[in-house]
Design a protein around this ligand. Structure first.
Ligand SMILES: [Zn+2]
Length: 273
């Protein structure tokens, strides 16, 4: 599932091609993705110009020239591309926006858990539907003291806390798993028993892992592709994600798994306390 680095990779790619482009036509080919596409079809997008592309958590906002924006979430299998409008639509390309330079923006999503909606934007450039999101992990708002306070308000597994978008936005299973390994903390460690020092290690690990993943263009686990169809390169840097039963890259102990909120979480029984 695409996480923050994948959304950032797509955002940066779209930033290079969308601003300045006018929408000349809208084709909606299925009734709904995660939500109905009818409002998008009815939103009178034609004639409007994209002015910017932003990311907030895993959401991408395609800003238009009328204080509205298209809110995009890749869901499980979503991918966007910008290709010549004359190319025939692929089977799962559910929304196609024709652009004034002969290209087209396409949203492809076989499993349809993605989202594409038109929203008014506030003065900060974001729609109100994203107000619930916690701080961005790569900003100073996500710091040791903040995370320590949040951790001690709750009595849940630290991995669940890390993956709660109202606590910090955009950290999913892959990067939570890797960050906890780097910080030496078990996924099931109770959040309210974390010391300040442990919170500090974890906050630093999240920032480092996400920064490296963005630099590598994200991680291709199953379906994620960048806008140009390329795969992310962070896979080869993953240390333990998806490696249950293999030896720990640090100490050689066999990596174990624990069930948390319906997902299996890989950890090293020696390196992670
Ligand atoms: Zn180990």
């Amino acid at each position: 599932m695409p996480e923050l680095p994948e959304a950032e990779t797509v955002t940066r790619a779209l930033e290079r091609v969308l601003p300045g482009r006018k929408i000349t036509g809208v084709m909606v080919r299925v009734p709904k993705l995660r939500t109905s596409l009818q409002p998008l079809a009815d939103a009178d997008l034609a004639g409007h110009v994209f002015t910017a592309v932003h990311r907030r958590g895993r959401y991408i906002i395609l800003t238009m020239d009328d204080q509205r924006g298209l809110l995009l979430h890749l869901g499980m299998t979503g991918a966007v591309s910008v290709v010549p409008a004359i190319e025939s639509p692929r089977h799962h390309e559910h929304v196609i926006l024709k652009l004034d330079n002969g290209d087209s923006f396409r949203f492809e999503d076989p499993r349809r858990f993605g989202l594409l909606e038109c929203h008014p934007l506030k003065t900060d450039g974001l729609p109100t539907v994203l107000d619930f999101l916690g701080p961005e992990p790569l900003t100073e708002d996500f710091c040791t003291e903040y995370f320590y306070q949040m951790a001690h308000r709750r009595h849940i597994a630290v991995k669940e806390l890390l993956m709660d978008n109202t606590v910090v936005t955009g950290v999913g299973n892959i990067y939570a798993t890797e960050s906890l390994f780097m910080a030496g903390i078990r996924p099931i460690h109770r959040s309210d028993r974390l010391s300040r020092m442990e919170c500090g290690r974890l906050v630093d690990a999240v920032k480092e892992i996400l920064t490296r993943a963005i630099a590598a263009g994200g991680t291709t686990i199953s379906d994620f592709r960048g806008v140009d169809g390329s795969e992310g390169n962070f896979n080869r840097e993953l240390l333990i994600y998806g490696k249950v039963g293999e030896p720990c890259p640090h100490c050689g102990a066999i990596l174990r798994t624990v069930k948390l909120g319906g997902r299996s979480s890989c950890y090293c029984p020696k390196c992670q306390k």
